[in-house]
Design a protein around this ligand. Sequence first.
Ligand code: UTP
Length: 281
Amino acid sequence: MIAVIPAAGMGTRFLPATKAMPKEMLPVLDKPVIQYVVEEALDSGVSEVVIVNSRAKREIEEHFSADEALVESLRAAGKDTYADAVERAGSLSVSYVYQDEPLGLGDAIRCAAERAAGESFLVLLGDVIVTDSSVVRRLAEVSAEHGGASVVAVFEVPGDEISRYGVIGGEPMGDGVWKVDRLVEKPAKEEAPSNLAIFGRYLLSNKVMELLQVARPGAGGEIQLTDAIDGALTAEEVYAVVIDPRVGHDTGTVAAWLETNVRLALDDPRYADSIRKALGD
Ligand code: UTP
């Protein structure tokens, strides 16, 4: 199964930092966000990682290209740890498709239709880090238990934040799995069908890709992935898996990115002491 990583958005909420640099290339600790996402995909055993890029964002492709001259000069200077890190980034196996205009997440995903080749596929948002590759495996497990159904990862969100997300409605089936009966993108708080919001990881059937081919703009004038998954419900089942919020880290806004850096730094022995000191703990 291929993994599609959309990374062609505008990053508007992070301007001006994203004026000349893609949001997905912002560092979290010592790596760009999208490297965590690619590593998660490869760790969860996908056959291929396809990044949906914008032609303007050359930095992403440069990051995942080999740079032998840099590696050699780092080794010559005895900086092997850095040389290893540069070598690793250049050795991760990724390929690209292009979205000409940022018309929304659904449009980005349909740019990878040919690569998905009529099969189910994974979507990992390029600005969301999940520090546990078993989340994607769990989506695959639940999908297999239900005849190849689409499965989305969700997490609990406080009421006043729910209208920022795609939200599911449905019935709990036990073991953190829900059978979904509707999905709504950015509902008003009083219309949200639950407090469970989609969190950046999806396993989607070919039916969803077919619906994306003919999708029309939804909330915010964008082609919405959530609407296509909701549309698939007339033909097939959709499930959701509730994830532990401690393994999910958004980086799409300044506040979320800051929080993600602090949370990951506190979990990392290289930085934990200095960050605790800086926070006055
Ligand atoms: P976001 O909605 O978080 O990204 O999409 P954005 O549109 O860049 O953000 P703002 O609203 O302008 O601040 C989640 C992921 O989907 C990609 C983004 O790059 C991000 O990784 N995306 C979004 C696309 O590839 N194309 C799009 O048209 C929209």
